[in-house]
Design a protein around this ligand. Structure first.
Ligand code: ATP
Length: 343
């Protein structure tokens, strides 16, 4: 199902939690709403779900597959939910938890017991928990519980799946496994999904497109590659990963003399012991961290800034660099944003 949101605002008292948000989620897409705490992600998700309604303003519309829907009507039958703390029914087994949504359907549309059994068995296979169908929620790990919650949401064959920080309460390793698993699962089932997260790695890894929210507005929408490599603002760049800031002065006709900040990600810098001839910032190695996929070298520059440079292990082992040494940092690639200018 295609979801179209047009000019959606939501205020609480005098506070605008959402301001004129327009967004399209295409059929079969997995879109992540990413942003800091309070940026309006959950509010937008609740409005898509029909758990909350937007302010009645001219032009405010929600369309499902192009058809305008009543923004105040409940739409549970089309929508499946998974929240951070999704309470499974404690007194029901995994099997019964997943079957619940199918059993409570009105008699007219309810499937036969055999059909319910076959659907639940299919879902148990999908979440790879066939062997623990008879267990109760208290006998499951956190990750297993969230998989059951997902299967329960999918049981009713929703056309839209809404996930609000579904892995938020789990530890880092389990989160990582589960998000890969979610991505694979999403590729197998015909559903349009919206995932709320404040974890940029999670969004970059699972989403087809990312919507970056800031103060109730959409700051940028794009594929993970687009928003990571072409951030349209300093906010987006800073939010999507570690950034080094350099204070610089731009000279030229177009801008006059302007003070600005230059941003570069740790892998966009190079550090070496050789002074060389190209422009470089001098500093001293503060700390070297080799435990990881890349080596992180922290440098305190002579200008009083701390920068972090990432480099491959083989390049580092040949460099002979050590803490306390004088080094030269070079910028391979960097960005300057208009909003940082002061002339
Ligand atoms: P988080 O990552 O912390 O969950 P979020 O981006 O999901 O944040 P929202 O929960 O959408 O943010 O909230 C956006 C803003 O709206 C916040 O400042 C919040 O305090 C406010 N807000 C949300 N719901 C209500 C409400 N029912 N009454 C008053 N203010 C609300």
């Amino acid at each position: 199902m295609n979801i179209g949101l047009e000019h959606i605002s939501r205020s609480f008292g005098g506070f605008n939690a959402l301001e004129d948000v327009s967004l399209e989620v295409r059929e079969g897409e997995l879109v992540a709403l990413l942003g800091p705490s309070g940026s309006g992600k959950t509010t937008l998700l609740r409005i898509i779900a029909g758990l909350d309604a937007p302010d009645e303003r001219p032009g405010a519309r929600i369309r499902f597959d192009g058809e305008e829907i009543d923004i105040r009507a409940p739409r549970q039958h089309q929508v499946g939910f998974v929240f951070q703390h999704y309470a499974l029914f404690r007194t029901m087994t995994v099997f019964e938890n997943i079957a619940f949504g199918l059993r409570v359907k009105p008699r007219k549309v309810r499937r036969s017991e055999a059909e319910i059994k076959s659907r639940v068995t299919e879902l148990l296979g999908l979440i790879q928990l066939e062997s623990i169908a008879g267990r109760y929620p208290s006998q499951l790990s956190g990750g297993q519980r969230q998989r059951v919650a997902l299967a329960r949401a999918l049981a009713i064959e929703p056309r839209i799946l809404l996930l609000d920080e579904p892995f938020g309460a789990l530890d880092a390793k389990v989160r990582q496994d589960l998000r890969r698993w979610l991505r694979n699962l999403h590729d197998k089932i015909p559903v349009t999904s919206v995932l709320v997260t404040h974890d940029q790695e999670e969004a970059l890894e699972v989403a087809d497109r990312i919507v970056i929210m800031r103060g109730g507005k959409v700051e940028q929408v794009g594929t993970p590659e687009e928003v990571f490599h072409n951030p349209k603002s300093a906010f987006v760049m800073d939010f999507l990963g570690n950034v080094n800031l350099f204070h610089a002065r731009l000279e030229g006709d177009a801008v006059g003399d302007a003070k600005t900040q230059v941003r570069a990600r740790p892998h966009e810098l190079d550090v070496s012991r050789e002074e060389g001839t190209s422009p470089a910032v001098k500093g001293k190695v503060k700390r070297i961290q080799t435990a990881g996929a890349v080596v992180k070298v922290e440098v305190a520059t002579d200008e009083g800034e701390t920068v972090v440079v990432e480099m491959a292990h083989d390049r580092f082992s040949g460099s002979g660099m050590a803490a306390g040494e004088v080094v030269f940092v070079r910028v391979k690639e960097a960005r300057v944003f208009m909003e940082d200018y002061s002339i």
